[in-house]
Design a protein around this ligand. Sequence first.
Ligand code: SD4
Length: 328
Amino acid sequence: MGERTYLGMERRDFIKTGLITTVAPTLLLANIETIKRARNPIVISTWNHGVKANEEAMKVLFSKGSALDAVEAGVKISEADPNIQSVGLGGRPDKDGHVTLDACIMDSKGNAGSVAYLMDIKHPVSVARKVMELTNHVMLVGQGAKSFAITHGFKEENLLTEESRTAWLKWKKKLGKKDDLGPNDDHDTISLLAQDSVGNLAGACTTSGLAYKIPGRVGDSPIIGAGLYVDNEIGAAGATGRGEEVIKTTGSFLVVELMRQGYTPQDACREALGRIIRRHGGNPGFQVAYIALREDGEIGAAAIRKGFKYALSSGNKNKLHSVKGIIN
Ligand code: SD4
């Protein structure tokens, strides 16, 4: 934050010196803007499969593509992978055996698009982007989202793989009479945040949600401010884990707002989780994790419980990092 203020002052002072009169004003301003924002591309994403997603996102950034193109390309890798059972194709179904997908995307200008409860379309993130770019809405759900997708050329396909179907049938057999919501708490929703070489930020989040959820349930992932938030002046944040808790605390927006107040990305993630932990008497029995990317390239990641991993790419490095849980 200090840096940004400093650079802002520097720019004003520079203009005040009168140097602006010696160079074409628009050219000068454009150069200052570039100097102010030039960054090394960086990508951070949730879970193990984030490594492959980051790789794809970095390809876009290294060829001078935008952060927006990078986040979409990155998470599409996870959406298309049938072995990732919490995202896109092969995602675990709801209680009735339907794979229903939630996703959202945000760009550096604060534009946002989102889809929820979308069925039979493999790349919900791309549908979300179309909502953002082609309509004046933010969110489409269910049949409306599907019709919109088909109108815009997306192919209808069965997303329930044999493996996911077998696991669902096994789960159903074990379901007790009294069990209503029986989501198993495995997670690998992908939230991916990127900064491009001109310093712009973008983010995307995509999931099949909690496994075996009640039909109609939508989590945090497609909710702007919950599963994802991007503010180009401050930073970006994304979530994974028990979506209801993220929604109730407006998690990703909170992380960004804490960064605005001067929290480091790491402390912002921890404090946002602290709000959830305190609401649950200090020991919630579920997982929530946040990742954050500040506009100067500094990152943060934190989780309530052990087991969370994030993938970080910058320069030629693309590595998976383990996070210690706050409470275990
Ligand atoms: C949800 N947050 O639907 C998602 C689930 C998740 O990794 O993150 N899984 O609540």
